[in-house]
Ligand binder design. Structure first.
Ligand SMILES: C[S@@+](CC[C@H](N)C(=O)[O-])C[C@H]1O[C@@H](n2cnc3c(N)ncnc32)[C@H](O)[C@@H]1O
Length: 180
């Protein structure tokens, strides 16, 4: 083989390896993307950030969203937001969206997410709105879930059951999960 041909063939091998490694990465490490609605100080967001390639963290960080939820009034949200920012320092895969659920939804493409986790205002109307707003954003056969499928949050249970019958699974921390 001439030097030129050998050079061409090595180049082709290198190119092939590069392309193949992209394919291997694609199938062995799926790029899972999710949204968390209601992040507060970021404790749950940290857990998601460790497992998902991309996390959109949606929260307006404004007090008084629900008089029946302590998180709504015990601490100034400006301070809670600072703690969230502190927790997120080591996660470059988290994009903070400082908006309400409904305001944030148009920023995310339809059928682009693997998972939506709802833990915002737990009143029936709000949970229903959050579910209806974010369902179109989820890829077919992927997942939606949330927190507090338990008393005293009857609104969460009512909205989830009304939309889905029942969740597929309820976890010990009262999170619910449904494959769509
Ligand atoms: C129960 S806390 C979230 C707790 C957090 N997921 C955790 O496990 O640590 C509820 C959060 O929902 C946020 N929230 C309230 N109304 C919202 C809305 N319309 N859209 C997005 N977030 C909202 C509040 O600012 C608050 O931070």
């Amino acid at each position: 083989m001439s030097k030129l041909n050998s050079l061409k063939s090595n180049y082709a091998v290198a190119n092939r390896k590069k392309r193949l490694s992209r394919l291997v990465l694609e199938i062995s490490k799926p790029r899972l993307e999710m949204v968390e609605i209601g992040c507060y100080a970021g404790l749950s967001t940290v857990l998601f950030a460790k497992r998902f390639e991309k996390v959109y963290a949606v929260d307006p960080w404004v007090n008084e969203y629900d008089p029946s939820d302590k998180s709504s009034y015990v601490f100034p949200m400006s301070e809670v937001e600072k703690i969230f920012d502190y927790h997120m320092q080591s996660f470059s895969n988290v994009t903070k969206i400082r908006k309400t659920s409904v305001e944030a939804a148009p920023l995310i493409e339809d059928e682009s997410l693997d998972f939506v986790y709802i833990d915002a205002c737990h009143q029936y109307e709000n949970v229903l709105t959050d579910i209806k707003t974010w369902l179109p954003k989820i890829k077919p056969k992927r997942f939606i879930g949330g927190h507090d499928y338990q008393k005293p949050w009857v609104g969460v249970k009512q909205a989830v059951n009304e939309m889905f019958g029942k969740p597929d699974k309820i976890f010990r921390d009262s999170s619910w999960l449904k494959q769509i």
